[in-house]
Design a binder for this molecule. Structure first.
Ligand code: C2E
Ligand code: CA
Ligand code: CA
Length: 748
């Protein structure tokens, strides 16, 4: 069977962005935090790397300068020891080693700057400051220009006496040569090193950015990048102060959109400082890799979380849809079920359209079809039936199967509704199921919805009530809810609103209908029957008992009546020493479980009434109700000491087997059998029941005996007891006294 859920509104699967968005945002924020954390870690890592690098550069430089100084010391020490007497001897002895120490040449000058170099140049008037004339230690000069080659050089110098003359030894080195040490090709050549003195004057620039001499690195940076930002100026000043105070440090600064990592490190010579600078772009590969990995991880996690959420949502929706299906879809017709009808009719009712109707459709004798063709066949029948109904409906409708063979429709119809009903009747009058043609009769109840109507249950009731009016009348397959029915409902409503008050105000009174022995026509007991005295009129039980059974008020009323009966029995016993047996009607609405019997026992005990004086009347219909465990209930009633009678016997279809199983004391044959007492076949039925009853040892009461003829007939059948107008109508409590006074008629 193909599924046609389009008959009802099944929601489509839909992504719910309401929560996906916040989750996405949360993940984004978390990613951002995570990313920043990772970035901090990276920066820390870079800081260590760069400061390590700075230290190495400074140490390297320091070591090679120390070596060079030592070489100069060696020369001067050997001069001081008197090994040499001329400059030439000195030069000859040490020239070969110059290259090993990166020295270009040696020179020996006097105080006036006159002298000669190891490679034969004559030097005259070289500007010598006092710093050069240090007898104890080697002095290393800052950059200066070579008078020989015009190159930038640095001079190592130490003073000594040669032949009593004051002299100074120069060993010169190209400033460029330092670069070799400094320029450790930092990060693909993108990083570089400055050597500065503690005033910030640049001595060596491995970047070759600075062409002029005597330039302060700080000023150079500030000018080059045009720094006005206070924060950056503070950073640079901090470096300047730290260097002044011989401190080491690392920081990062963003200039022209690139971030630079800077490390400054004391060389340990002449207050010189090595400044290592690496732009972030030099680290780009590392950084980018890092960023890519962390971004990838974030995006990956995002995707996984979102996928999980989407999966959970969709499977929830699927579950909901499944639940929705079981809650709202009728599996046989694939139309909506009762829940669906009630839920969606509300929306339908709220729309302001006119000409709305509610219809219930019922297949007559469907039970018989079920018995004849089986469930599977009849399920197919219902499916086709539902489809035919649905197809015939105008656009605006809700068509559902409520239960078994009952369908309900709420619709908007602007033409003659009776014509639509005719068409429906025609459509479904013959149905082909598996090539078997089934002829159907249907009953339709219809109610035209008023604007003021809002309670869907009440509307359904009206359509059901209307439909019930046609049961049994041929040719009429529909009934439109009319005023008479409306009044009936209003009446019911009135009853419902006043019943509780009525109980409090003792409006419910009991009358007793005596029962007589057929053998001697003596009273043998009585049945209690309720009457409602309302506003000076007496309402008969048939007008309120069915309603009370529907709204369960009967549970209260029965107990009330039972209590009154117990009171009366106790009163009669006390006043007249009468030991009369009274039967009380117990509605089957009590029988949902057997615990209610305790209430009855309590009441009987309260008035000290012997249970054998009480007979509980249960209807035959209770014995065939599948929801009632009648055996358990009757057994418990019996066990508590009550007598049990089976009322209205013959109107239901209880089996004789059941009758034998139940410990019943009395069978009350319904009055319809005496009504038709003249009919031979029915006479036989009573005959037959009497026979069985005798067999299983129960008493028989025949109800509704009105004439002598009927009474004689019953007597002839040897039934034990008669209850009927012929002997007595139901009478009130006072009138019962006459039976007690006429001693001979009281059964003690
Ligand atoms: P029921 O239990 O079958 O009671 C017998 C009914 O037949 C009573 O109708 C009685 O007045 C009537 N009746 C008795 N003899 C004759 C007769 O010769 N001819 C005719 N035409 N009728 C006769 P009533 O009092 O109107 O009660 C109707 C039904 O209401 C009862 O049928 C019983 O099922 C129910 N009922 C009455 N009182 C109570 C009650 O307190 N609790 C419950 N649950 N049901 C009650
Ligand atoms: Ca009864
Ligand atoms: Ca009865």
């Amino acid at each position: 069977m193909k599924e046609k859920y389009n008959y009802i509104n099944l929601k489509k699967y839909k992504l719910n962005f309401k929560w996906i968005l916040p989750i996405f945002l949360i993940i984004a924020v978390l990613s951002f935090i995570g990313f920043n954390y990772i970035k901090t870690l990276t920066y820390r890592n870079i800081y260590t790397t760069i400061s390590e690098l700075g230290k190495q550069t400074a140490t390297q430089l320091n070591l090679s300068i120390q070596e060079q100084k030592q070489f100069v010391d060696t020369i001067v020490d050997s001069i001081n020891k008197g090994y040499f007497s001329t400059e030439s001897e000195i030069f000859d002895n040490f020239s070969d080693n110059l290259e090993n120490y990166h020295f270009t040449r040696l020179a020996i000058l006097d105080r006036n700057g006159n002298g000669m170099t190891s490679d034969g140049h004559i030097v005259t008037n070289y500007p010598i400051t006092n710093d050069f004339f240090n007898y104890d230690n080697v002095y290393l000069s800052e950059n200066r220009k070579s008078t020989i080659s015009n190159d930038q050089i640095n001079i190592y110098s130490r003073a000594f006496y040669l032949n009593g003359q004051e002299r100074v030894l120069f060993a010169t080195i190209y400033t460029e040569d330092y670069k070799e040490i400094l320029l450790r090709r930092l990060y693909n050549g993108l990083g570089g090193t400055y050597l500065i003195n503690n005033n910030g004057i640049v001595l060596i620039d491995s970047f070759d950015n600075i062409k002029e001499n005597n330039i302060s690195l700080y000023n150079f940076i500030i000018n080059k990048y045009n720094i006005t930002d206070n924060e950056k100026l503070i950073t640079i000043n901090k470096m300047r102060d730290n260097i002044k105070n011989k401190n080491t440090g690392t920081f990062d600064i963003t200039l022209d959109k690139d971030t630079y990592f800077v490390h400054y490190q004391d060389v340990g010579i002449n207050d010189w400082y090595v400044i290592n600078i690496v732009p972030a772009s030099a680290m780009a590969k590392e950084l980018n890799q890092f960023i890519a990995i962390s971004l990838g991880v974030c995006i990956g996690i995002n995707c996984i979380i979102v996928s999980i959420c989407v999966y959970i949502d969709i499977s929830n929706q699927m579950k909901n849809r499944k639940l929705y299906k079981t809650a709202f879809v009728d599996p046989i017709t694939l139309l909506g079920n009762e829940n669906y009808f009630k839920e969606y009719s509300k929306i339908f009712l709220n729309s302001s359209k006119e000409n709305k109707y509610i219809i219930t459709v019922d297949i007559n004798k469907f039970k018989a079809l079920n018995n004849l063709y089986g469930y599977d066949f009849c399920n197919k029948l219902l499916n086709i039936f539902g489809e035919k109904l649905k197809i015939r409906m105008p656009k605006n409708n809700i068509t559902c199967r409520m239960y078994s063979d009952v369908f309900a429709i709420i619709l908007e119809y602007n033409k003659d509704i009776k014509q639509l009903l005719e068409k429906i009747n025609n459509d479904v009058s013959t149905i082909n199921v598996d090539n078997i043609i089934i002829h159907l009769n249907i009953s339709i109840g219809i109610y035209k919805i008023k604007k003021s109507d809002s309670d869907i249950n009440k509307l359904l009731d009206k359509a059901y009530i209307a439909r019930k009016q046609i049961k049994g009348t041929y040719n009429n397959y529909y009934y439109v809810f009319d005023e008479a029915l409306e009044n009936l409902l209003i009446n019911e409503e009135n009853i419902e609103t006043s019943m509780e008050e009525a109980l409090k105000n003792n409006e419910f009174k009991i009358i007793y209908q005596p029962k007589f022995l057929t053998s001697n026509e003596k009273i043998v007991g009585a049945e209690s029957l309720v009457r409602w005295h309302k506003n000076n009129t007496v309402i008969m039980p048939s007008n309120f008992i069915p309603l009370f059974e529907k709204n369960k008020f009967i549970l209260k009323l029965d107990l009330y009546i039972f209590e009154q009966v117990c009171k009366d029995i106790a009163y009669w016993k006390k006043e007249f020493n009468a030991n009369i047996k009274v039967s009380v009607n117990v509605s089957k609405e009590h029988f949902v479980d057997e615990n209610f019997i305790e209430e009855y026992v309590k009441i009987a005990d309260k008035y000290d009434v012997d249970k054998s004086n009480l007979e509980l009347e249960i209807t035959e219909s209770a014995t065939i109700d599948k929801n009632i465990d009648i055996l358990k209930i009757v057994n418990k009633m019996k066990a508590c000491g009550f007598s049990i009678s089976l009322d209205d016997f013959g109107t239901g279809y209880s089996s004789l087997a059941m009758l034998q199983e139940l410990p019943i004391d009395v069978i009350k044959i319904d009055k319809i059998f005496v009504d038709k007492a003249n009919l031979d076949s029915d006479k036989n039925i009573i005959n037959y029941i009497v026979l069985i009853a005798k067999q299983i040892g129960t008493e028989i009461v025949v109800e509704g005996v009105e004439t002598k003829e009927q009474a004689d007939f019953i007597k002839a059948l040897k039934c034990d007891i008669i209850q009927g107008y012929y002997y007595s109508k139901p009478i009130d409590k006072e009138k019962m006294k006459k039976y007690f006074n006429e001693e001979n008629k009281v059964l003690l």
